[in-house]
Design a protein around this ligand. Structure first.
Ligand code: G3I
Length: 328
């Protein structure tokens, strides 16, 4: 076998000049190889979990700013864009909110106070927020019956966007969700919500497609047609949580060359679709993690996968080259 050639070391940010290249990271990534990769390759960061409500406000009145402050300070020091994720998400609701015992009005006040406190604290530092994440159910397009919906009504989404806007007139406000290119019912429901918000002058600046995709789907055409629905609404598009599973059916035990190359090609397609958007609609492509063995995918599916751009030794994979080739 000829010596495996290392991938060329062009940094992503040196070729992605019309949008941010982001990466999900943690407050224990602020040094060593993680820091090296973040600062050399990327122009934006997203906290993978430390800016969620269950971390920042685990108990009523007990704000924990230490982890989010560390990430924000790191971003400022390294002149990185900081994308806030996520103000309201049913999977990161602290118990005291999930099992809130007060009235609906008191619940709404707690959420308003929380959004106001967080957005105000990072005004001018965090440039954008996923205000509401994953509000629509899979397969049928119905609103998820989260505690936010139960306590604040169907209009909780608009209320949360308004709370965020009232706290910061300039911060970019995103709605974020997954399977947006393949679940037509969900996609239709999300854009119905967006249309309703725009018709009522509720502030929204962009839509995030998480893009947790696979080596063999979605197709480039599906990515294009779904993303064009953001462009049609004059909104910013954010591919907000990109990873590419190469072992969705658990049929490989090592990263085969065939899957490695297929992942590279899928990344190229994704980046080509995004890079072809009008510049007015581009915000960021954010990769959901740094090296393969850190990926949430492995924990979730509990079998091997290699979804990211760097291998477990922090070396750039073919997928990293695929990203670069999507920018040509
Ligand atoms: O590492 C800490 C540990 O020190 C601490 O003792 C422990 C206490 O709970 O937490 C550990 O952190 C865990 C963290 O992942 C480690 O990365 C958190 O428990 C765990 O909740 C967290 O899971 C994250 C999950 O969201 C829930 O916040 C995943 O990393 C993250 O990849 C995942 O990301 C979500 C997006 O926010 C929304 N879209 C779906 C995506 C995947 O679920």
């Amino acid at each position: 076998l000829e010596e495996e050639q290392p991938e060329p070391t062009t940094y992503l940010k040196d070729k992605a000049t019309s949008f941010y290249v982001g990466v999900a990271m943690k407050s224990n990534n602020l040094n060593g190889k993680y820091d090296e990769i973040i600062t050399h390759e990327f122009t934006s960061i997203t906290a993978e979990y430390e800016m969620k409500m269950n971390v920042i406000l685990p108990s009523k009145g007990q704000y924990n700013w230490s982890q989010s402050d560390a990430i924000v300070n790191y971003g400022i020091e390294n002149e990185l864009n900081i994308h806030g994720h996520a103000l309201v998400w049913h999977q990161s609701t602290p118990d005291w909110i999930e099992n809130f015992t007060g009235t609906d009005a008191e619940f709404e006040q707690e959420i308003k106070d929380y959004i106001t406190a967080v957005v105000t604290r990072y005004k001018g530092k965090i440039k954008s927020w996923d205000v509401v994440n994953e509000a629509v159910l899979d397969g049928n397009g119905n609103l998820r019956n989260s505690v936010f919906r139960q306590r604040m009504g169907d209009d909780y989404i608009s209320k949360c966007f308004q709370f965020a806007r009232d706290a910061d007139p300039d911060v970019l406000l995103f709605y974020n969700d997954y399977n947006m290119t393949e679940d037509q019912a969900k996609q239709d429901a999300v854009f119905d919500i967006v249309d309703d918000m725009q018709n009522r002058n509720i502030p929204i600046d962009g839509v995030g497609f998480q893009m947790h995709i696979r080596y063999n789907g979605p197709s480039k055409a599906k990515m294009e047609s779904a993303t064009n629905r953001i462009v049609e609404r004059d909104l910013l598009a954010h591919y907000s949580e990109v990873d590419v599973r190469v072992n969705p059916n658990n049929d490989i035990t090592t990263l085969t060359d065939e899957r490695d190359i297929a992942q590279k090609i899928k990344l190229t397609e994704l980046v080509e679709v995004y890079n072809a958007l009008p510049s007015a609609n581009k915000y960021a492509i954010t990769i959901w993690g740094i090296k393969d063995n850190d990926s949430w995918i492995i924990d979730l599916y509990n079998h091997p996968d290699w979804p990211l751009l760097f291998n477990s030794s922090f070396e750039a994979k073919k997928a990293h080259t695929g990203f670069l080739e999507g920018l040509e």
